[in-house]
Design a protein around this ligand. Structure first.
Ligand SMILES: Nc1ncnc2c1ncn2[C@@H]1O[C@H](COP(=O)(O)OP(=O)(O)OP(=O)(O)O)[C@@H](O)[C@H]1O
Length: 440
């Protein structure tokens, strides 16, 4: 039995970030001892718990609760302000895509680099190398430089390395474990086997994944340890809390009445409007200054928002609702044939639905100059989204479907949180024109 060997102990850990109004104030502060130019922000407050070999711990909490901060402290990439972390053994983590990899090196060189950072000797890596590439299963790409890899390939290789470094503790952020279904299953099988003899820390927003994989769980709320105990109990408490806040925030909002055009109306509309059996979707709005984008910068999205059919912007809509997705783009250089599109992805990064302007603009000439502003409106019935988080990416390119220059691509331009009690099933549900049911 391994159970009594403590692998991780977190003792009264707190973390305070110093928030400066201007970056230059950080430098200035070094010279001004008496005056405080920053505000304190406590991302973690007095966190204590321990995990023994053979145990797996889920870490749950809302965005900004302090999960990443805690994991960075455990991985020793961030220093706690007060308190102490003790780790007994080797820790390997999948927290940041590409961390530990050199983009200019091949996959093979990166296996050696990354495994050696985990303290493995060259002989040990030679011994494991075949197992690592078999696990990653990325074929000839292992000899390509990793900057050419897709994010899925990165994850495959990174996971394969941490799975073979003889770690005593593995730290996995579920948000990063993006791969196809077969690879995800392979990882899950590995983690189930690993946790019998090691310690697994698993961060997730998905309480069913936590109860499925972990024995214990920690719930962080506003930087404090709200609960620590069996994964099932903690998940239930967390779900009850989410449900409560959902109910109270809904109480504050007048219930939205779903309208639909006559051309296509879900025949259960009146019933859906009068009950709680429906699909409420909250939308986190576009923030032009804080989005991450890439491309050739010939055009910039300045707004992305959703409205109802009367052009009222929506921060809350309902699956099945008739909506407009509106995109506004500033053109910065000449575009001969702009194509503007969007994709909605689920939390694993799988595309769920999307479209673009290519076909609808085929017979028009949309030559644009710098200073033109493009307004695009997609009108559609919002599909019914299963419970969970979704993101909407937008992109503008110049060219045609096959060959084009990408000018701006924004991941997560909008983020949706779906709370569904609808009866629909599948990746997305669709509004129903009719359901016939007869008994003879
Ligand atoms: N370097 C930093 N400087 C200032 N504040 C920070 C810094 N890093 C994190 N924070 C703040 O600390 C809080 C906790 O952040 P953290 O990233 O740990 O949350 P999280 O639970 O991992 O969230 P998510 O689920 O969104 O990833 C947030 O309010 C965040 O804005």
């Amino acid at each position: 039995m391994y159970c009594n060997e403590t692998i991780l102990s977190v003792d009264n850990v707190s973390k305070c970030f110093e928030m400066y109004k201007k970056p230059s104030h950080r430098l200035l502060q070094m010279f001004l001892r008496r005056k405080k130019l920053y505000k304190e922000f406590w991302a973690l407050k007095n966190i204590s718990f321990s995990v023994s070999r053979g145990e797996s711990l889920g870490i749950i909490g809302r965005n900004g609760a302090g999960k990443s901060t805690l994991l960075q402290i455990i991985c020793d990439t961030l220093t706690p302000t007060t308190g102490e972390i003790k780790v007994n053994g080797r820790v390997a983590a999948l927290l940041e895509l590409g961390a530990g990899f050199n983009p200019e090196f091949t996959g093979k060189d990166n296996v050696y680099l990354c495994a050696s950072l985990y303290g493995m000797s060259n002989d040990e890596i030679d011994e494991q190398y075949e197992n690592i590439i078999q696990f990653a299963d990325i074929g000839e790409f292992i000899n390509q430089v990793v900057k050419t890899y897709s994010s899925g390939m990165y994850v495959r290789l990174a996971f394969a390395v941490i799975a073979h470094v003889n770690a005593d503790m593995l730290i996995i952020d579920e948000a990063l474990a993006v791969g196809d279904a077969l690879f995800t299953q392979k990882c899950m099988r590995f983690l189930r086997e690993f946790k019998k003899t090691g310690v697994l820390l698993f961060v997730s927003h998905d309480t069913s994944a936590v109860t499925n994989l972990c024995d214990k769980a920690v719930w962080l709320k506003n930087g404090q340890l709200e609960s620590f105990g069996s994964a099932k109990d903690v998940s239930e408490q967390y779900m009850a809390f989410l449900y409560q806040s959902k109910i109270s925030s809904k109480d504050k909002e007048p219930k939205k009445v779903l309208k639909q055009n006559k051309a296509f109306k879900d025949f259960r509309l009146d019933f859906i409007n009068s009950t709680n059996i429906r699909n409420d979707i909250k939308v986190i709005q576009f923030d032009e200054l804080n989005v991450k984008s890439f491309g050739h910068d010939g055009a910039n999205f300045t707004d992305v928002y959703i409205t109802d059919t009367d052009n009222n912007p929506l921060s809350w809509f309902v699956g099945g609702e008739d909506v407009r997705l509106k995109l506004v783009v500033d053109v910065l250089s000449e575009l001969k044939n702009p194509i503007i599109g969007f994709t909605v992805k689920d939390k694993l990064g799988q595309p769920i639905f999307g479209d673009n302007t290519y076909i609808s603009t085929l017979n028009h000439n949309f030559l644009c100059d710098a200073n033109n502003v493009l307004n695009v409106e997609f009108s559609f019935l919002m599909p019914i989204l299963m419970n969970g988080d979704y993101s909407l990416s937008v992109a503008i390119a110049d060219g045609d479907q096959e060959s084009h220059v990408q000018h701006q691509w924004i991941n997560d331009a909008l983020v949706f949180r779906s709370m569904s009690t609808s009866a629909s099933t599948g990746l997305v549900g669709i509004p129903m024109k009719d359901i016939k049911f007869t008994v003879k």
